[in-house]
Design a protein around this ligand. Sequence first.
Ligand code: ADP
Ligand code: MG
Length: 342
Amino acid sequence: MQRTEISELGEFGLIDRLSKQVEHYHKSSVKGIGDDAAILAASELQRVVTTDLLLEGIHFDLRYMPLQHLGYKAVAVNVSDVAAMNAIPTQITVSIGLSNRFSVEAVEALYEGIRAACASYKVDLIGGDTTASAAGLVLSVTAIGEAEADKIATRSGVKKGDIVCVTGDLGAAYMGLQVLEREKQVFLANPDASPEIGNYKYIVQRQLRPEARMDVVHELRELGVVPTAMIDVSDGLASELLHLARQSGMGLQVYEENLPIDKMTYDTAVEFGLDPITCVMNGGEDYELLFTIRQEDHEKVKAHADIHFIGYATELAGQAHLITKGGSVVPLKAQGFNHFKE
Ligand code: ADP
Ligand code: MG
Protein backbone atom coordinates (compact mmCIF):
# COMPACT_ATOMS: atom_id res chain seq x y z
CA MET A 1 0.00 0.00 0.00
CA GLN A 2 1.17 3.48 -0.89
CA ARG A 3 2.43 5.74 1.88
CA THR A 4 2.80 9.46 1.32
CA GLU A 5 4.39 11.40 4.17
CA ILE A 6 2.39 14.43 5.27
CA SER A 7 5.62 16.46 5.07
CA GLU A 8 5.66 15.85 1.30
CA LEU A 9 2.35 17.69 0.92
CA GLY A 10 2.73 20.13 3.79
CA GLU A 11 -0.14 21.34 5.97
CA PHE A 12 -1.72 23.48 3.27
CA GLY A 13 -1.40 20.75 0.64
CA LEU A 14 -3.08 18.31 3.00
CA ILE A 15 -5.96 20.70 3.80
CA ASP A 16 -6.39 21.33 0.07
CA ARG A 17 -6.67 17.64 -0.57
CA LEU A 18 -9.11 17.05 2.26
CA SER A 19 -11.37 19.94 1.32
CA LYS A 20 -11.55 19.19 -2.40
CA GLN A 21 -14.45 16.76 -2.23
CA VAL A 22 -16.53 18.65 0.32
CA GLU A 23 -20.18 19.19 -0.57
CA HIS A 24 -22.65 21.61 1.03
CA TYR A 25 -26.30 20.86 1.76
CA HIS A 26 -27.35 24.06 3.56
CA LYS A 27 -27.85 27.58 2.25
CA SER A 28 -26.82 28.85 5.69
CA SER A 29 -23.23 27.76 4.93
CA VAL A 30 -22.31 30.97 3.13
CA LYS A 31 -18.58 30.19 3.17
CA GLY A 32 -16.88 26.97 4.19
CA ILE A 33 -13.24 25.87 4.19
CA GLY A 34 -10.67 28.28 2.78
CA ASP A 35 -10.78 31.58 4.63
CA ASP A 36 -9.81 32.65 8.13
CA ALA A 37 -13.27 31.70 9.33
CA ALA A 38 -16.41 30.15 7.89
CA ILE A 39 -19.48 32.36 7.36
CA LEU A 40 -22.97 31.32 8.46
CA ALA A 41 -26.13 33.17 7.43
CA ALA A 42 -28.22 34.65 10.22
CA SER A 43 -31.36 32.71 11.12
CA GLU A 44 -34.65 33.05 12.99
CA LEU A 45 -34.03 29.62 14.45
CA GLN A 46 -32.14 28.91 17.63
CA ARG A 47 -28.74 27.33 17.16
CA VAL A 48 -27.17 24.54 19.18
CA VAL A 49 -23.42 23.89 19.31
CA THR A 50 -21.71 20.80 20.65
CA THR A 51 -18.17 19.47 20.60
CA ASP A 52 -16.28 16.27 21.36
CA LEU A 53 -12.57 15.62 21.76
CA LEU A 54 -11.33 12.10 20.98
CA LEU A 55 -7.85 10.90 21.91
CA GLU A 56 -6.18 7.77 20.63
CA GLY A 57 -5.69 5.27 23.44
CA ILE A 58 -8.39 6.94 25.56
CA HIS A 59 -11.47 7.02 23.33
CA PHE A 60 -10.51 4.71 20.48
CA ASP A 61 -8.05 1.94 19.65
CA LEU A 62 -6.81 1.92 16.06
CA ARG A 63 -5.84 -1.73 16.38
CA TYR A 64 -9.44 -2.64 15.70
CA MET A 65 -11.04 0.67 14.74
CA PRO A 66 -10.64 1.27 10.99
CA LEU A 67 -9.97 4.97 10.26
CA GLN A 68 -13.05 5.30 8.02
CA HIS A 69 -15.24 4.09 10.86
CA LEU A 70 -13.52 6.42 13.32
CA GLY A 71 -14.23 9.38 11.02
CA TYR A 72 -17.86 8.33 10.67
CA LYS A 73 -18.30 7.73 14.38
CA ALA A 74 -16.70 11.04 15.38
CA VAL A 75 -19.32 12.88 13.29
CA ALA A 76 -22.18 10.58 14.33
CA VAL A 77 -21.62 11.10 18.07
CA ASN A 78 -21.74 14.88 17.62
CA VAL A 79 -24.84 14.65 15.43
CA SER A 80 -26.32 12.49 18.20
CA ASP A 81 -25.83 15.36 20.66
CA VAL A 82 -27.61 17.71 18.25
CA ALA A 83 -30.39 15.12 17.85
CA ALA A 84 -30.67 14.93 21.64
CA MET A 85 -31.60 18.64 21.63
CA ASN A 86 -34.34 17.80 19.09
CA ALA A 87 -32.46 20.00 16.60
CA ILE A 88 -31.36 19.46 12.99
CA PRO A 89 -27.59 19.37 12.40
CA THR A 90 -26.33 21.76 9.74
CA GLN A 91 -22.55 22.25 9.95
CA ILE A 92 -19.47 20.65 11.50
CA THR A 93 -15.84 21.54 11.93
CA VAL A 94 -13.13 18.89 12.30
CA SER A 95 -9.77 19.42 13.97
CA ILE A 96 -6.99 16.87 13.87
CA GLY A 97 -3.62 16.38 15.54
CA LEU A 98 -1.35 13.94 13.70
CA SER A 99 1.85 12.23 14.78
CA ASN A 100 4.32 11.25 12.03
CA ARG A 101 2.93 7.69 12.21
CA PHE A 102 0.05 8.90 10.04
CA SER A 103 0.36 9.11 6.27
CA VAL A 104 -1.64 11.19 3.82
CA GLU A 105 -3.50 7.98 2.89
CA ALA A 106 -4.45 7.40 6.53
CA VAL A 107 -5.86 10.93 6.86
CA GLU A 108 -7.75 10.44 3.61
CA ALA A 109 -9.31 7.26 4.99
CA LEU A 110 -10.40 9.21 8.08
CA TYR A 111 -11.96 11.91 5.89
CA GLU A 112 -13.72 9.33 3.74
CA GLY A 113 -15.62 8.33 6.87
CA ILE A 114 -16.21 11.96 7.81
CA ARG A 115 -17.60 12.74 4.34
CA ALA A 116 -19.81 9.63 4.41
CA ALA A 117 -21.31 10.80 7.70
CA CYS A 118 -21.75 14.34 6.34
CA ALA A 119 -23.65 12.85 3.40
CA SER A 120 -25.88 10.61 5.50
CA TYR A 121 -26.75 13.32 8.06
CA LYS A 122 -26.73 16.16 5.53
CA VAL A 123 -24.21 18.34 7.33
CA ASP A 124 -21.66 20.69 5.82
CA LEU A 125 -17.97 20.39 6.72
CA ILE A 126 -17.10 24.09 6.96
CA GLY A 127 -13.66 24.14 8.57
CA GLY A 128 -11.28 22.87 11.17
CA ASP A 129 -7.67 22.92 12.18
CA THR A 130 -4.68 20.71 11.43
CA THR A 131 -1.65 20.34 13.63
CA ALA A 132 1.16 17.95 14.52
CA SER A 133 0.85 15.83 17.65
CA ALA A 134 3.69 14.39 19.71
CA ALA A 135 2.02 10.99 19.92
CA GLY A 136 -1.09 9.46 18.50
CA LEU A 137 -4.17 10.80 16.78
CA VAL A 138 -6.27 13.62 18.20
CA LEU A 139 -9.68 14.26 16.66
CA SER A 140 -12.16 16.93 17.61
CA VAL A 141 -15.51 17.53 15.96
CA THR A 142 -17.83 20.47 16.60
CA ALA A 143 -21.40 20.32 15.32
CA ILE A 144 -23.91 23.14 14.84
CA GLY A 145 -27.63 22.57 14.54
CA GLU A 146 -30.86 24.52 14.52
CA ALA A 147 -34.46 24.32 15.67
CA GLU A 148 -37.47 26.50 16.50
CA ALA A 149 -37.19 27.66 20.12
CA ASP A 150 -40.32 25.70 21.10
CA LYS A 151 -38.96 22.46 19.65
CA ILE A 152 -35.67 22.35 21.56
CA ALA A 153 -35.61 19.56 24.14
CA THR A 154 -33.31 19.98 27.14
CA ARG A 155 -32.53 17.59 30.01
CA SER A 156 -34.59 19.59 32.47
CA GLY A 157 -38.13 19.43 31.12
CA VAL A 158 -39.48 16.18 32.62
CA LYS A 159 -42.95 16.65 34.16
CA LYS A 160 -44.85 14.43 36.57
CA GLY A 161 -46.64 11.59 34.79
CA ASP A 162 -44.55 11.85 31.61
CA ILE A 163 -43.83 8.60 29.79
CA VAL A 164 -40.17 7.55 29.45
CA CYS A 165 -39.23 6.42 25.93
CA VAL A 166 -36.06 4.99 24.44
CA THR A 167 -35.25 4.20 20.82
CA GLY A 168 -33.63 1.10 19.32
CA ASP A 169 -31.93 -1.39 21.60
CA LEU A 170 -29.32 -0.97 24.32
CA GLY A 171 -26.09 -2.65 25.40
CA ALA A 172 -25.06 -3.80 21.92
CA ALA A 173 -22.13 -1.41 21.46
CA TYR A 174 -20.73 -2.43 24.84
CA MET A 175 -20.93 -6.13 23.99
CA GLY A 176 -19.40 -5.37 20.57
CA LEU A 177 -16.49 -3.77 22.39
CA GLN A 178 -16.09 -6.86 24.59
CA VAL A 179 -15.88 -9.03 21.45
CA LEU A 180 -13.32 -6.70 19.85
CA GLU A 181 -11.22 -6.64 23.02
CA ARG A 182 -11.29 -10.43 23.24
CA GLU A 183 -10.28 -10.80 19.60
CA LYS A 184 -7.53 -8.25 20.11
CA GLN A 185 -6.09 -10.33 22.96
CA VAL A 186 -6.27 -13.48 20.80
CA PHE A 187 -4.68 -11.62 17.90
CA LEU A 188 -1.88 -10.10 20.01
CA ALA A 189 -1.09 -13.54 21.44
CA ASN A 190 -1.13 -15.21 18.03
CA PRO A 191 -0.99 -12.93 14.97
CA ASP A 192 -2.01 -15.84 12.74
CA ALA A 193 -5.30 -16.35 14.55
CA SER A 194 -8.27 -15.35 12.43
CA PRO A 195 -10.55 -12.92 14.24
CA GLU A 196 -13.97 -14.37 15.02
CA ILE A 197 -16.13 -11.35 14.40
CA GLY A 198 -18.43 -12.74 11.72
CA ASN A 199 -20.84 -14.20 14.27
CA TYR A 200 -21.06 -10.89 16.10
CA LYS A 201 -21.61 -8.57 13.16
CA TYR A 202 -24.49 -6.51 14.54
CA ILE A 203 -22.97 -5.75 17.94
CA VAL A 204 -19.49 -5.08 16.51
CA GLN A 205 -21.02 -2.67 14.01
CA ARG A 206 -22.88 -0.93 16.83
CA GLN A 207 -19.49 -0.28 18.44
CA LEU A 208 -17.50 0.65 15.34
CA ARG A 209 -20.06 2.54 13.29
CA PRO A 210 -22.94 3.82 15.42
CA GLU A 211 -25.71 5.92 13.90
CA ALA A 212 -27.24 9.07 15.38
CA ARG A 213 -31.05 8.73 15.54
CA MET A 214 -31.87 11.68 13.28
CA ASP A 215 -34.55 9.45 11.74
CA VAL A 216 -36.44 9.56 15.05
CA VAL A 217 -36.01 13.33 15.40
CA HIS A 218 -37.59 13.79 11.95
CA GLU A 219 -40.37 11.28 12.67
CA LEU A 220 -41.30 12.95 15.96
CA ARG A 221 -41.64 16.23 14.05
CA GLU A 222 -43.90 14.59 11.49
CA LEU A 223 -46.02 13.16 14.31
CA GLY A 224 -46.23 16.60 15.94
CA VAL A 225 -44.59 15.45 19.16
CA VAL A 226 -42.02 17.52 21.08
CA PRO A 227 -40.31 15.53 23.86
CA THR A 228 -40.56 17.28 27.23
CA ALA A 229 -36.91 16.30 27.83
CA MET A 230 -34.29 14.38 25.87
CA ILE A 231 -30.72 13.05 26.12
CA ASP A 232 -28.71 10.63 24.02
CA VAL A 233 -27.50 7.38 25.58
CA SER A 234 -23.72 7.72 25.47
CA ASP A 235 -22.76 6.64 29.02
CA GLY A 236 -25.40 4.00 29.69
CA LEU A 237 -29.12 4.18 30.43
CA ALA A 238 -28.73 4.43 34.23
CA SER A 239 -26.46 7.45 33.99
CA GLU A 240 -28.72 9.21 31.45
CA LEU A 241 -31.87 8.54 33.51
CA LEU A 242 -30.14 10.17 36.48
CA HIS A 243 -29.15 13.19 34.37
CA LEU A 244 -32.78 13.71 33.34
CA ALA A 245 -34.06 13.12 36.88
CA ARG A 246 -31.57 15.45 38.55
CA GLN A 247 -31.79 18.24 36.01
CA SER A 248 -35.58 18.08 35.95
CA GLY A 249 -36.03 17.71 39.70
CA MET A 250 -38.27 14.69 39.03
CA GLY A 251 -38.01 10.95 39.59
CA LEU A 252 -37.87 8.33 36.84
CA GLN A 253 -38.99 4.74 37.14
CA VAL A 254 -38.28 2.15 34.46
CA TYR A 255 -39.31 -1.49 34.15
CA GLU A 256 -36.84 -4.26 33.42
CA GLU A 257 -39.36 -6.11 31.28
CA ASN A 258 -39.68 -3.10 28.96
CA LEU A 259 -35.97 -2.51 28.35
CA PRO A 260 -35.04 -3.15 24.69
CA ILE A 261 -32.17 -5.60 24.21
CA ASP A 262 -31.21 -7.37 21.00
CA LYS A 263 -30.98 -11.18 21.11
CA MET A 264 -27.34 -11.14 20.02
CA THR A 265 -26.49 -8.68 22.81
CA TYR A 266 -28.29 -10.89 25.32
CA ASP A 267 -26.66 -14.11 24.15
CA THR A 268 -23.19 -12.57 23.97
CA ALA A 269 -23.53 -11.13 27.48
CA VAL A 270 -24.43 -14.59 28.77
CA GLU A 271 -21.49 -16.07 26.84
CA PHE A 272 -19.16 -13.55 28.53
CA GLY A 273 -20.64 -14.26 31.96
CA LEU A 274 -22.17 -10.76 32.16
CA ASP A 275 -25.66 -9.80 33.30
CA PRO A 276 -27.50 -8.60 30.15
CA ILE A 277 -29.46 -6.01 32.13
CA THR A 278 -26.23 -4.56 33.50
CA CYS A 279 -25.02 -4.16 29.90
CA VAL A 280 -28.25 -2.34 29.06
CA MET A 281 -28.09 -0.09 32.13
CA ASN A 282 -24.35 0.68 32.12
CA GLY A 283 -22.94 -0.28 28.72
CA GLY A 284 -22.88 3.04 26.96
CA GLU A 285 -22.09 4.22 23.43
CA ASP A 286 -25.55 3.17 22.24
CA TYR A 287 -26.30 6.66 20.84
CA GLU A 288 -30.00 5.95 21.12
CA LEU A 289 -32.38 8.68 22.28
CA LEU A 290 -33.89 8.66 25.77
CA PHE A 291 -36.78 11.07 26.13
CA THR A 292 -39.99 11.82 27.94
CA ILE A 293 -43.36 12.67 26.39
CA ARG A 294 -46.64 13.91 27.84
CA GLN A 295 -49.26 11.19 28.30
CA GLU A 296 -51.54 12.80 25.72
CA ASP A 297 -48.80 12.30 23.09
CA HIS A 298 -48.63 8.54 23.65
CA GLU A 299 -51.37 7.91 21.10
CA LYS A 300 -49.31 9.63 18.35
CA VAL A 301 -46.13 7.69 19.08
CA LYS A 302 -47.39 4.27 20.13
CA ALA A 303 -47.36 2.72 16.64
CA HIS A 304 -43.69 3.62 16.09
CA ALA A 305 -41.83 0.32 15.81
CA ASP A 306 -38.53 1.60 17.20
CA ILE A 307 -39.71 3.68 20.18
CA HIS A 308 -40.11 1.71 23.42
CA PHE A 309 -42.06 2.85 26.46
CA ILE A 310 -39.97 1.88 29.45
CA GLY A 311 -41.40 3.78 32.40
CA TYR A 312 -42.71 7.07 33.73
CA ALA A 313 -41.87 10.14 35.77
CA THR A 314 -42.53 10.21 39.52
CA GLU A 315 -42.15 12.84 42.21
CA LEU A 316 -39.00 11.35 43.78
CA ALA A 317 -36.84 14.34 42.84
CA GLY A 318 -33.47 13.44 41.34
CA GLN A 319 -33.87 9.68 41.69
CA ALA A 320 -34.15 6.86 39.19
CA HIS A 321 -35.36 3.35 39.94
CA LEU A 322 -35.50 0.05 38.12
CA ILE A 323 -38.47 -2.22 38.79
CA THR A 324 -37.20 -5.75 38.20
CA LYS A 325 -39.24 -8.54 36.67
CA GLY A 326 -39.61 -9.91 40.21
CA GLY A 327 -41.07 -6.59 41.39
CA SER A 328 -38.06 -5.34 43.37
CA VAL A 329 -37.33 -1.62 43.32
CA VAL A 330 -33.61 -1.01 42.67
CA PRO A 331 -32.25 2.54 43.04
CA LEU A 332 -29.99 3.31 40.06
CA LYS A 333 -26.47 4.61 40.42
CA ALA A 334 -24.59 6.29 37.61
CA GLN A 335 -22.25 3.33 37.23
CA GLY A 336 -20.44 0.59 39.05
CA PHE A 337 -23.36 -1.53 40.18
CA ASN A 338 -23.47 -4.88 38.47
CA HIS A 339 -26.05 -6.99 40.15
CA PHE A 340 -29.77 -7.00 40.62
CA LYS A 341 -29.79 -9.69 43.24
CA GLU A 342 -33.28 -9.91 44.62
P1 ADP B 1 -5.52 29.35 10.17
O1 ADP B 1 -4.04 29.48 10.03
O2 ADP B 1 -6.26 30.63 10.08
O3 ADP B 1 -5.93 28.48 11.32
P2 ADP B 1 -5.61 27.12 8.43
O4 ADP B 1 -4.54 27.17 7.42
O5 ADP B 1 -5.44 26.25 9.62
O6 ADP B 1 -5.99 28.59 8.87
O7 ADP B 1 -6.94 26.68 7.72
C1 ADP B 1 -7.28 27.10 6.44
C2 ADP B 1 -8.69 26.67 6.13
O8 ADP B 1 -8.77 25.26 6.15
C3 ADP B 1 -9.71 27.15 7.14
O9 ADP B 1 -10.92 27.40 6.44
C4 ADP B 1 -9.87 25.99 8.06
O10 ADP B 1 -11.15 26.01 8.66
C5 ADP B 1 -9.69 24.83 7.12
N1 ADP B 1 -9.13 23.63 7.76
C6 ADP B 1 -7.95 23.49 8.38
N2 ADP B 1 -7.74 22.25 8.83
C7 ADP B 1 -8.87 21.55 8.52
C8 ADP B 1 -9.30 20.21 8.71
N3 ADP B 1 -8.54 19.32 9.36
N4 ADP B 1 -10.52 19.86 8.27
C9 ADP B 1 -11.30 20.75 7.64
N5 ADP B 1 -10.96 22.02 7.39
C10 ADP B 1 -9.75 22.43 7.83
MG1 MG C 1 -5.44 26.59 11.57
